[in-house]
Ligand binder design. Structure first.
Ligand SMILES: Cc1cc2nc3c(=O)[nH]c(=O)nc-3n(C[C@H](O)[C@H](O)[C@H](O)COP(=O)(O)OP(=O)(O)OC[C@H]3O[C@@H](n4cnc5c(N)ncnc54)[C@H](O)[C@@H]3O)c2cc1C
Length: 368
C-alpha cells in the first residue's frame, strides 16, 4: 500500500514524499509473505469493484511500470462441501455476474472432473473464474518503489516510525529511529502494524494481527501447468502451483492475535494431514520451504481508507488477508483522496474509520 501510494502520488506531481520502512528491505511485511493470489471472486460489491479496478492494473503492470510480475491466469476454484456455502456462493456468483465477472458455477461432479488429482467426494458444488490467478508480490512492491524513486520519492529502510507529533489536532511531525521529520501529512500504510501507528497518534484503529502460514513442496511432475488456485472453502485450505511444486496453506481458526511470525510446527502438521486427505500425491511430497506472516484483520474484513479525527493523518490498511491484489488501486485511491479530497476511481467512502463507531459494517464472506 505504501509503495503503491508513493508511486501514484509522485505520478500526480506531488513532491517531498518519504517512504519509511522499519525492516532492512522493502516487502518484508504481509505483502512479501503472502500467497500472491489475485481474484475477482468476492461476496461484496465493493470488493468485486476493487478487483475490477486493480487486477487490470496488474495485467498491464509491465507496460506501465517496466517491471515483469509473472501474472498467471490459472483461475481460482472454490470447492464447497456445505449446503450453506452452496447457497451463499450461488448468491455471490449472481452478484459477480451483475458486475460483469463471469464466474462459472460447477456442480460436484464438475469439481471432481476438473481436479483429477484431488479427492473431493464430498464436494456439493464450486465456482471457477479463469481470470483469477497469481502474481509475484515482491516484483510488484519493487516495481512501484523503483518507479517512485525515479520520480523523486525518497525511500528509507531500517527507519522505524516510533512517534507522531501533533499540535492543535494537526499532524506536525513523524518521529523515527533516524530522527524526526516535519510533515503535515501522514499515510499510515503499516498493514498488520497500523494499529500501533494509530496509537502513537491517539487514534483507535481496529486492526488485529493474526498469524497465517504456508509451506511449499519439492517439484511434483504430476501437477499440470494450468493447475488452478484450489480452495477447500470450509477448511480454509488452499493449494496452488509454485515453481514445479505446490504452495499449501490453511487458516488456523484457533490462532490468537499477536505479532509472532514464527511457523507453528504443530499446526503445520495439521495442515499437511488435511492436504494429504485432499491430495494423496502429497504422500511423496517433501517440504521445500515454509514461513508465516500476519493477516491485518478488521471487524468486517474490509480495509480502512481515508481520514481520521487528526488532521493530516490518513489510513490505507486493514485488508484482512486479501489486500495484495488491491494494492495497485488502493495506492491510486489514496493519491486521489490526498490530492483531490475524494475517491474517484472507485467510491470507497463507506470504508472509512468512522464506520466502526457508527455501526456501518459490510461483512465479506469469501475470506480464506
Ligand atoms: C500468509 C498470508 C497469505 C496471504 N495471501 C494473500 C493472497 O493470496 N492474496 C492477497 O491479495 N493477499 C494475501 N494476503 C494479504 C496481503 O498480504 C495483505 O493484505 C497486504 O499485503 C497488506 O499490504 P500492506 O501494505 O497493507 O501491509 P504490509 O505489506 O505488511 O506493509 C506494511 C509495511 O509497514 C512496515 N511497518 C510496520 N510498522 C512500521 C513502523 N513502525 N515504521 C516503519 N515501517 C513499519 C512493515 O514492516 C511492512 O513492510 C496474505 C497474507 C498473509 C499473511
Amino acid at each position: 500500500m505504501g509503495a503503491s501510494a508513493a508511486y501514484h502520488l509522485a505520478q500526480r506531481g506531488m513532491r517531498n514524499i518519504i517512504l519509511l520502512e522499519k525492516e532492512d528491505f522493502f516487502g518484508q511485511g504481509a505483502t512479501g509473505r503472502c500467497a500472491g493470489g489475485v481474484r475477482y471472486q468476492f461476496a461484496t460489491e465493493i470488493n468485486i469493484k476493487l478487483s475490477l479496478a486493480s487486477l487490470p492494473i496488474l495485467e498491464h503492470f509491465e507496460e506501465e511500470i517496466g517491471q515483469e510480475i509473472n501474472y498467471r491466469q490459472c483461475g481460482y476454484l472454490f470447492a464447497l462441501t456445505h449446503e450453506a456455502d452452496v447457497i451463499k456462493f450461488k448468491k455471490n456468483v449472481e452478484l459477480q455476474h451483475k458486475l460483469g465477472v463471469q464466474t462459472e458455477w460447477l456442480n460436484g461432479d464438475e469439481v471432481r472432473r476438473r481436479l483429477p488429482l484431488m479427492k473431493f467426494q464430498d464436494a456439493l458444488g464450486g465456482t471457477f473464474h479463469q481470470k483469477d490467478g497469481l502474481v509475484d508480490p515482491n516484483s510488484v512492491v519493487m516495481g512501484y518503489i523503483n518507479a517512485a524513486q525515479k520520480m523523486g520519492v525518497r525511500t528509507f529502510t531500517t527507519a522505524e516510525v516510533i512517534g507522531v507529533g501533533i499540535r492543535g489536532g494537526q499532524v506536525e511531525e513523524v518521529q523515527t529511529t533516524m530522527g524526526a521529520i516535519k510533515t503535515r501529512m501522514i499515510l499510515n500504510a503499516a498493514g498488520p502494524w497500523a494499529g500501533q501507528i494509530g496509537k502513537m497518534a491517539g487514534i483507535n484503529i481496529p486492526i488485529i494481527p493474526l498469524r497465517r502460514q504456508m509451506f511449499t513442496t519439492n517439484p511434483l511432475t504430476e501437477i499440470p501447468i494450468d493447475f488452478p488456485f484450489v480452495i477447500d472453502f470450509d477448511r480454509s485450505l488452499y493449494f496452488h502451483r509454485e515453481g514445479d511444486g505446490l504452495l499449501i496453506g490453511m487458516s488456523n481458526q484457533n490462532e490468537k492475535p499477536g505479532f509472532d511470525q514464527r511457523v507453528d510446527d504443530d499446526f503445520e502438521m495439521i495442515n499437511f494431514e488435511a492436504a494429504l486427505e485432499r491430495m494423496p500425491l502429497m504422500e511423496k511430497a517433501q517440504r521445500a520451504s515454509h514461513w508465516a506472516g500476519l493477516y491485518e484483520v478488521t471487524p468486517d474484513a474490509h480495509p480502512i481508507y481515508g481520514a481520521t479525527d487528526i488532521k493530516g493523518f490518513t489510513i490505507c490498511a486493514g485488508f484482512s488477508g486479501h489486500g495484495f491484489m488491491h494494492g495497485p488501486i488502493s495506492g491510486k485511491l489514496m493519491s486521489e483522496y490526498i490530492l483531490d479530497g475524494k475517491f474517484s476511481s472507485v467510491d470507497v467512502s463507506m470504508l472509512d474509520l468512522k464506520r466502526f463507531e457508527e455501526d456501518r459494517l459490510i461483512q465479506e464472506y469469501n475470506v480464506v
